[in-house]
Design a protein around this ligand. Sequence first.
Ligand code: HEC
Length: 423
Amino acid sequence: MSRGGFDAPGLDAFRRPDGNGQACANCHSPDGIELQSFSDATLRRRIGRHFPIDRNEGAAIYSYLRRQPRPAGLVRPFQPAGSPIWYATAEARDRAFGQILARRAPKLTGPIIESAAEAEAVAEEVKQIDLFSLPIGIPLNRLSNDVFHGAKQGTVADWIPDTPAAPTFGLQDAYLATPNRATLGALISGTLFGVGGAQKLAGLKYRALAIYQHWLRTGERVMPPVESPFWQIGEFGRLERGHSLNELGFPPRVRAESKATDMADLRLPWYWLGWMFDPGLQRSGDLPETRRADYFVRSLREDGPYPNHTLFMLTRKLAEQGTNPEAWNSDYVQMYEIQYSFWLLDQVTPKLDPVGKRIEANSFLMSLYLLSRDIRRTGAVLLPESQRTQVKLMQAELKRIGNPNDDLCQSTLELIKTARPIR
Ligand code: HEC
């Protein structure tokens, strides 16, 4: 079979098991395309872990990976705008994010809105923003974190599986011969998931890496046909927080080289990435908590705080769910649902800068106008109890930040009361 035009001896060596029975292609992409960004010295060093670089296999792998040199760099895959907003603290990065939004989303961050038409315009504006080029203050995980570069990089919070997870070479060949959605989908569904935490993370990382390397190769950003691996890695970070690498079953070498691991480093960056691919959060899983972005919102606080990021994320998510037909996956007619999740329910008073206050006010007003519009249009309302609670909390918060609108809040509450409840 054709191997995508790449020389077969190099690929054979890339697939040859080392002394531990592990081949490069068991943990890296089918032809190592993502490794091309590393320097010559780095490639030699890492090949040397598995094969003597001066012998046939090592040399063959080296020239195979160097077939298309690329600039070296410690890449953060899919980091919007190439690198994170670079201030020392989360607060400073969050403020800078607010300034960026002030330019990119003048309606959301501008004068207080006063009508349903303006609310629709805010929703449209927010939906138009390209999340892949909007700089953020959250550093996404690096492609590779190798302790060689410093103790702080001794962590498993990167994109490369720590134990073999790649599917059969048959599926890899089919992909390399014709890299498209179907063959990529087969790689993803064929990914190996062994038993235990370490193996689970390896499988999820392989799926994430498959999507990244496909983008490098084709320029196409593909959402997998299964639940989002990005989101699931974030969930892994949340659920396994506090567990040691030993408890999770990582092999001794990984434990020794990844002492700086904090599972929280896998949480927020991967939630945000999962959300970039799926701004309506329809592929995050079946749990209502994840659909509502509950843990995501808490993570933005605990791993931040990032209030401006949170408000922007929630506004975009609600606008997608309520007004983008593609982001709607229920049998009911699409309608707006107010759900600011733990942003409101946790009742932790957020510290907002002036831009943040305008975003919060306009986001809430957008929601109130759009919900009222949809209730009038359909005569129905989703989850009335929950929405009533949200509106009451919004009313208090609008007052707190100096933009009270009791009339709109009251009339929305009335509409909720008279509408036909569904769910
Ligand atoms: C058992 C899984 C596994 C195998 C097999 C494997 N790697 Fe890796 N590789 C990793 C992981 C995990 C990282 C991320 C850095 C770390 O955790 O040390 C990595 C990182 C790298 C890096 C970047 C290092 C840096 O400085 O950031 C290169 C280059 C690399 N691997 C090349 C190879 C080559 C070539 C082979 C085959 C000879 C190979 N790897 C085999 C898991 C593997």
